[in-house]
Design a protein around this ligand. Sequence first.
Ligand SMILES: Nc1ncnc2c1ncn2[C@@H]1O[C@H](COP(=O)(O)OP(=O)(O)O)[C@@H](O)[C@H]1O
Ligand SMILES: CC(=O)OP(=O)(O)O
Ligand SMILES: [Mg+2]
Length: 404
Amino acid sequence: MNGTRVLVLNSGSSSVKYQLIDMHGGDRLAVGLVERIGEETSRLKHTPAGGGSREWSGPVADHDAALKAVAAELAGDGLGLDSPELAAIGHRVVHGGRRFTEPTVVDDAVLAEIERLIPVAPLHNPANLTGIRTAQQLRPDLPQVAVFDTAFHTTMPESAARYAIDVETADAHRVRRYGFHGTSHAYVSRETARLLGRAPEDVNVIVLHLGNGASASAVRGGRCVDTSMGLTPLEGLVMGTRSGDMDPAVIFHLMRVGEMSADEIDTLLNKRSGLIGLCGDNDMREIRRRVDAGDERARLAFDIYIHRLKKYIGAYYAVLGRVDAVAFTAGVGENSAPVREAAVAGLEGFGLAVDGELNAVRGDGARLISPAHARVAVAVVPTDEEMEIATQTYALVNDSGNLT
Ligand SMILES: Nc1ncnc2c1ncn2[C@@H]1O[C@H](COP(=O)(O)OP(=O)(O)O)[C@@H](O)[C@H]1O
Ligand SMILES: CC(=O)OP(=O)(O)O
Ligand SMILES: [Mg+2]
């Protein structure tokens, strides 16, 4: 293998985030995003290393078309997928079940397993599969590497991973907590230790990944011991469009009394719940704007979101026993000072507090927002799933020698 570049594809249900990274030095040669895939008003934004973003809007039918549009943009900068500099393509794959605990070079058996897991990641795995298949068509000679959201969570003890339901039934259908956003939880917990100037093995961290999808994890000495998402990315925190935790009997009630089908309830809980279900908006910026303008529905949605977040901070404090840091990350966690302030408010008894001035500062890097000499550090730690996927992809293709 001679190339030193890795293309990373992070395919979501309706978007693809991508980065082309030179692993010698870590330069990002291009970054971009295709969003609203499947709608008339899809949008592509492509930014080459020198700056000068290009944007266009128009229909992009599916992830196959999206990836071909990305390839065309890259080619326009002389960074086409035909480049001999390209060493591998790294793909975020959301559900890897229990089988994939490490980044994995994709072959037919790996594709078949990702496909088999579609019922437990219906919004994500189909997009991930299309991304891999299209990338294979464009560069059949290159290793395609899958990096799984579930991998970091495979260290969870059975006491955290098992649901309290009949063991035979659970095992027959592989029902258990898998957890997601693992690449982010792994990276952010490590970066938090670095921010504290300590080894990851010595540090216990609660990571709050608050994006459109949101999850919390308890990380003891660099290993995940619990996380809030479960069999699917629906459990846990209140999210942009997903309900998170609720009594499972809500589902039977909606079936029997509300006469809704399983598919209708699936759509309700995944796409029409969470913040958007509560107040009609899923973007925290818009919700805060409405709260500040006195909107009661937005206020209630915000309060429900924060109440759930606090419960998980408390729960993971108890799971870990000793907490060195709470780290906020992803779109909301990195950018919303009001969410961080409200999540920690009243937790002084746990040694947790936010310094108002530090919290208000906007910055790019990892930073502390707790008062000096606080017992527990509170930090904003930007996640970088793409760099982490690129690093793991490159390490794998180099270690495995002559995969190309
Ligand atoms: N400046 C901001 N203030 C508050 N929230 C923000 C800001 N920027 C982005 N967000 C929130 O971040 C979310 C997207 O987060 P992101 O981590 O990119 O999610 P995903 O990867 O799931 O698409 C948006 O829906 C919005 O709620
Ligand atoms: C697993 C998951 O919820 O991912 P995302 O936040 O990208 O939707
Ligand atoms: Mg995300």
